[in-house]
Design a binder for this molecule. Structure first.
Ligand code: DGY
Length: 307
């Protein structure tokens, strides 16, 4: 019999399959993610571990986990885990791909539409009592038909965003790994980020890239905050060198309430809810459980993390 720890409560009833398979299941009940010291205590007797993207699994945690066979991350990304270090210790690492593609692509379009049509400032005008009358000149946004969208990261989510944007009449360009961003960025009306966070993609959008974009351009990020140099982004927005930004992910998460991004008129910041639909989150639980059960049965993971 194995012991499986889950660092947070998860939606759906798939965790039940772990006890049905005869394993011990220990689900942590707190809302806030565990600090490193608590994580070390959790993994001390764990054979299986289900983590969320808020749990930083580094060598220090792995060293405290003598029995661990599998880490099933409740996310499509695995940048919160030192995957190579886990594999070196024969600990399998799993993720939850595909099931959140539509949810994340939908949210990307919500951000894109929201910022393109200046919804943050428009909604604030209403709630703050500044809206006096219908105004032919107020809140003139970007029309999507004919506008050019650059999708950076041409994987499943990036493609799903591109399909949706094409249905709105946007012209869609994809930038994969070896794309010439310097040539593509100046053409884009909207740039949306869908690359995994790795050493190569960290701050893939920095001061130089922002300077290459049109001053009216919009940046959308529903991938990872670390893809963007946030100080450079604030600077570009404050100087009017960028039209707006829609961010589901930031550094850190959550942003402190005094962060300058939250003061800017055409910036919409959300609390990392890309995969937050009932269907996606239930299926993510199923996939995470499937990864744990496979590893504990000595089988390859159905959904291993990319290495
Ligand atoms: C992921 O899965 O990586 C998302 O960011 C969280 O759902």
């Amino acid at each position: 019999m194995a012991i499986v720890h889950v660092t947070r409560q998860l939606p759906g009833d798939a965790l039940q399959r772990i006890t049905d398979a005869g394993h011990d299941l220990v689900v942590r009940r707190e809302l806030m993610p565990p600090e490193a010291a608590e994580l070390r205590r959790i993994v001390a007797d764990a054979d299986g571990l289900i983590t969320t993207l808020s749990d930083r699994i580094n060598t220090e945690i792995l060293d405290a986990a003598p029995r661990l066979k599998v880490i099933a991350n409740y996310a499509v990304g695995s940048d919160n885990i030192d995957v190579q270090a886990a594999l070196r210790r024969d600990i399998a690492v799993g993720v939850t791909p595909d099931v959140l593609t539509d949810a994340t692509a939908d949210l990307t379009l919500a951000l894109l539409l929201g910022v393109a049509r200046q919804l943050p400032a428009a909604a604030r005008d209403v709630t703050d009592g500044r809206w006096k009358t219908w105004d032919p000149q107020a809140h003139l946004g970007l029309e999507l038909r004919g506008a050019r969208l650059l999708v950076i990261g041409a994987g499943r989510i990036g493609r799903a965003v591109g399909e949706r944007a094409a249905a709105f009449g946007m012209q869609v360009d994809y930038a994969g790994r070896d794309a010439d961003l310097a040539a593509l960025l100046p053409e884009a009306d909207v740039v949306t980020l869908h690359a995994p966070l790795t050493l190569e993609t960290r701050k893939i959008i920095g001061a130089e890239q922002l300077a290459a974009m049109k001053p009216s351009a919009i940046l959308i990020n529903t991938a990872r905050g670390g893809l963007v140099d946030q100080d450079a982004l604030v600077d570009a927005l404050e100087r009017g060198r960028l039209g707006g930004a829609g961010l589901d992910v930031t550094t850190p998460e959550p942003l402190p309430t005094y962060d300058p991004l939250l003061e800017l008129p055409n910036v919409l910041v959300l609390p990392h809810i890309g995969s937050a639909t009932v269907a996606a989150r239930h299926r993510m639980t199923e996939l995470a459980v499937g990864n744990v059960l496979a590893a504990l049965a000595g089988e390859p993971l159905p959904h291993p993390a990319k290495t």
